[in-house]
Design a protein around this ligand. Structure first.
Ligand SMILES: [Zn+2]
Length: 257
């Protein structure tokens, strides 16, 4: 299950991500209604994966203006769906406001910074990180899975090093008091997020040289580069071997010049 974040106030509701199943959108709206009687006016998608956008049509049909990164919009209706039963998004489920790098929203007295990672691709090639400056809250999208090895969309330009670079940008924005809302898992903080990034850095440092040396995936998995982390990160969802496969596939075979 993915996380959504809502900003509520005089101007109405700004929602980040619309939930994983179409039928869950009314439940999400019901939860929002306990905080505000005003409508969702703006909906930001952190990336194209269906577990973050399946409520888009529900909110779009009720007047929300959808916002997403350029590549996210491109992917969301051109890709084969990740999960059984999902269909490409059309019409009111698609972002209306689309941008490349950065957009600031002034809403409910808040400055909301929407930022695409400078490296271009992290979890996917259309990620957005959402930073609420005054509230000191950051919604990371799927750059951060709290307590889980992260899925990396290597078929859509994602890579562990892109994830690390994107996460470091987030670290430079936040402080010890920031509430860090991951794409999946419980709300977190800078220290726990830093530990997650350190884990990614270490695993990348172990796997990358083996890939460059021409090792096969089976050889890299047999070397158990995630052994130190599997108990903490590899139990609930992706196993160490599954995560190594994603890391392996995303490492460029040659070092960048
Ligand atoms: Zn995702």
């Amino acid at each position: 299950m993915s996380n959504s974040t809502a900003l509520v106030g005089e101007d109405g509701v700004l929602l980040i991500d619309s939930g994983g199943k179409t039928e869950d959108a009314p439940l999400l709206q019901a939860a929002i209604s306990t905080l505000s009687s005003k409508p969702v006016r703006l909906l930001v998608n952190t990336h194209w994966h269906y577990d973050h956008v399946n409520g888009n049509a529900f909110f779009g049909n009720r007047g929300a203006v959808l916002i997403g990164q350029t590549q996210m919009r491109q992917r969301v209706f051109s890709q084969k769906a990740l999960m059984t039963g999902d269909t490409p998004l059309t019409g009111s489920a698609l972002p209306v406001i689309v941008f490349e790098k950065e957009l600031t929203l002034r809403f409910d007295g808040e400055q909301v910074l929407l930022r695409h990672p400078a490296t271009g691709a992290a979890h996917t090639d259309g990620d957005l990180v959402v930073y609420f400056k005054n509230a000191n809250v950051v919604a990371t999208g799927d750059l951060y899975f709290n307590g889980l090895y992260p899925y990396i969309d290597v078929d859509n330009c994602g890579s562990i090093d892109g994830m690390i670079a994107g996460c470091r940008e987030i670290l430079s924005l936040i402080d010890g008091d920031t509430k860090v809302v991951p794409g999946h898992g419980p709300v977190s903080n800078k220290a726990a997020f830093q530990a997650y990034v350190d884990m990614l850095v270490d695993i990348s440092a172990r796997v990358t040289p083996m890939v460059r040396a021409g090792r096969t995936l089976a050889e890299v998995q047999a070397a158990k580069p995630t052994a130190a982390y599997d108990a903490a990160w590899g139990k609930l969802w992706l196993s160490g071997d599954q995560f190594v496969e994603l890391v392996y596939k995303g490492v460029p075979r040659q070092a960048k010049q």
